[in-house]
Design a binder for this molecule. Structure first.
Ligand SMILES: Nc1ncnc2c1ncn2[C@@H]1O[C@H](COP(=O)(O)OP(=O)(O)OP(=O)(O)O)[C@@H](O)[C@H]1O
Length: 615
């Protein structure tokens, strides 16, 4: 996966694709934006024509006609202005609503993507960059505004060029040197020359700016990510407050924060200087063009090619033309800047779910006859060549209680991750009832497993949502599972019962102990009522009595399901029918507790070491 924020698409390609997406979320936005542009263009140009007419009337002493035209001018301005305001407000609202829909799209995609892809640093960077572009630069909403401004400016350019050509082709009445200087041919040459200089000038400025923007982008994104992490995960995460205070980490944290803050400050300073410089250069180009235009119109009036009233009209058109060119350049720069970040968003949306390849449905079996086999499975984590599992071949026997044991880092949790298809093997394959698990529908396959991970997670949601993993609960079943996990009475004592919010103590939630949390996670695995129950260190945080209770009722918990159990507490493995000992990613020993003890190998060593400690 790519690192750094590179432009895979040209900025307008990204911009147009963003507009397409925007159109899909709200088909009214683009037509309404175009209508707004028409109104915004009509206001000044109607003014130029009517104002020129008023001046001509006044110079010819047609005061009544001048008054009527002035009233018409005010009326048109008021009406169009009002309509433009209304439309602009509607678009603001619609733009914000669409930005919310697009944020929803990102969140939904992030949850739908397979874990392997989501864990990838490049993918995380894409999400962070997108979030950052939306927060700091206004994201897709701002891109839409820029395109709308460009469209308005283009309309102005077309109208102005038409008017300027009319002006150029107006023949001077007076002959001589001045007349020859503003003849149609010379005028076109004069205007085209001035325009060419301005366009080349603006292009030079834009190119230089784009290069600097690109150079700044990577360090900017990295620094903002770090600051974002520190804000949400360090300063605002009260659960980390204990360790920060006890270990007196404030100095170290503030130093780290200072380093990243310095980098962002430097980036912002550079950006401001860069924009100031380009603005000054643009203003110079603009000034030169204005001087040329005024001179041309002035000479046309002087030579009698156009009336005094027309002076106002053509000067207005020239000024508008100049402003439109600056608007196009400015908005183009903004699009380039935002799309530089937003291209990450499109790349994120394009990511394919690696797990959603199979389509075979899982056979629904009331007798839970599901048999899994690892066939020559090896695995290295993405981006690493180290084999964490090496040529594993084993059957998980039906309805067995199987234990996985081994030293830290032996590959036990990785074995479970492969079993649940959080990752796929790099070599070999895994079968369910003889069929490669990659061929099954992924969601259906996942429904076979109820798991308590070592790093189980509960969310700051109501207890019921946490356990049922849904907004709809079966209350009777919930309490049955809570009872099995030893938490029924604990929940019943809560005023809000199953509706008690976890963790968010600021909002009336409950902070719970590590052991209580682990029991709730166990209840969640049981509620799923899946044919496989996998428990990775499920009692690590439990007190001895709770642990004892779980083990003595283990048969009742897993019933006729197949269970896989990982623990460093060797005594707990005695209850299992089949014990598999992993060592450096390979199956070193396998058998019942008694059989393995007789072998006097790794299992015996682990067992004896712990027995001595607890003796
Ligand atoms: N997402 C990952 N990316 C890269 N390496 C990983 C990842 N997860 C685990 N590992 C590495 O894989 C190896 C095996 O880890 P695993 O968690 O499977 O071991 P374990 O036997 O469950 O260990 P423990 O008993 O400490 O829980 C370790 O060296 C670990 O650093």
């Amino acid at each position: 996966m790519g690192s750094g924020v590179k432009n895979k698409h040209s900025h307008h390609k990204t911009g147009f694709r963003l507009m397409k997406l925007l159109h899909q979320t709200d088909p009214d936005i683009i037509p309404l934006s175009m209508l707004l542009s028409l109104l915004q263009t009509a206001i000044p140009y109607s003014g130029f024509f009517l104002f020129a007419w008023i001046i001509d009337c006044l110079t010819q002493s047609k005061y009544k006609e001048a008054l009527h035209t002035a009233i018409l001018l005010i009326g048109i301005n008021l009406l169009l202005g009002l309509l433009a305001d209304l439309l602009s407000q509607t678009l603001d609202y619609k733009g914000k609503a669409s930005a919310v829909s697009i944020r929803y799209l990102i969140r939904e995609k992030a949850l739908a993507l397979d874990l392997e892809t989501m864990e990838n640093a490049g993918v995380q960077e894409k999400i962070n960059t997108t979030e950052f572009a939306m927060k700091l630069y206004g994201g897709i909403e701002q891109v839409m505004k820029c395109y709308q401004n460009i469209f308005t400016a283009l309309l102005s350019v077309i109208l102005s060029i038409a008017m300027i050509f009319i002006l150029c082709f107006r023949k001077p009445e007076s002959r001589g040197l001045l007349g020859a200087a503003v003849s149609p041919g010379m005028s076109v040459l004069f205007f085209a020359g001035a325009l060419g200089v301005v366009i080349l000038w603006q292009r030079g400025i834009s190119k230089g700016l784009a290069k600097k923007q690109e150079a700044n982008r990577n360090s900017h994104v990295k620094a903002e990510h770090q600051l974002g992490y520190m804000l949400s995960q360090v300063f605002m995460d009260y659960t980390k407050g204990k360790v920060i205070r006890i270990s007196d980490m404030k100095g170290m944290i503030m130093k780290r924060y200072g380093v990243w803050r310095k980098i962002t400050r430097k980036v912002y300073e550079e950006m401001v200087t860069m924009y100031k410089k380009s603005d000054t250069l643009s203003n110079c180009a603009s000034g030169i063009f204005t001087a040329f235009s005024y001179l041309l119109v002035f000479l046309k009036v002087l030579t009698g090619a156009v009336s005094i009233g027309s002076f106002a009209k053509y000067v207005g058109a020239m000024t508008q033309f100049n402003t439109a060119l600056s608007d196009i350049a400015g908005n183009n720069q903004d699009i380039e800047e935002i799309c530089g970040y937003m291209s990450s968003f499109l790349e994120f949306l394009e990511l394919e779910n690696k797990r959603e390849t199979g389509s075979i449905p899982i056979e629904k079996r009331l007798d839970n006859v599901y048999e899994i086999e690892f066939r020559g499975v090896s695995f290295a984590y993405p981006g690493s060549r180290e084999k964490i599992l090496n040529n594993i071949s084993c059957k998980i026997r039906l309805k067995d209680k199987m234990a996985l044991v081994g030293e830290n880092g032996a590959g036990k949790s990785t074995f479970i991750k492969l079993l649940c298809r959080l990752y796929d093997p790099t070599e070999g394959y895994i079968t369910l009832n003889g069929v490669d698990i990659r061929k099954y529908d992924y969601r259906e396959y996942l429904s076979l497993f109820g798991i308590v991970f070592q790093d189980f997670k509960l969310f700051a949601f109501p207890i019921g949502d946490n356990i049922a993993a849904s907004k709809e609960w079966d209350e009777e079943k919930l309490f049955k599972c809570l009872k099995q996990a030893g938490m029924k009475e604990w929940v019943q004592k809560k005023k809000a019962g199953l509706n008690t919010n976890l963790y968010t103590i600021q909002n009336g939630g409950e902070d719970i102990s590590g052991g209580e949390a682990q029991k709730l996670a166990l209840a969640r695995a049981l509620y799923k009522d899946a044919p496989f129950v996998i428990l990775d260190e499920p009692t690590a945080a439990l007190d001895p009595l709770s642990e004892y209770e779980i083990y003595t009722r283990f048969d009742e918990l897993v019933q006729d399901k197949t269970s896989i159990y990982i623990s460093h507490r060797m005594s707990s493995c005695r209850f299992c029918d089949d014990i598999m000992v992993l060592r450096k990613g390979e199956i070193a020993e396998r058998g019942s507790h008694d059989k393995l003890l007789k072998q006097d190998g790794i299992y015996t060593n682990l067992w004896k070491a712990q027995a001595k400690y607890y003796a």
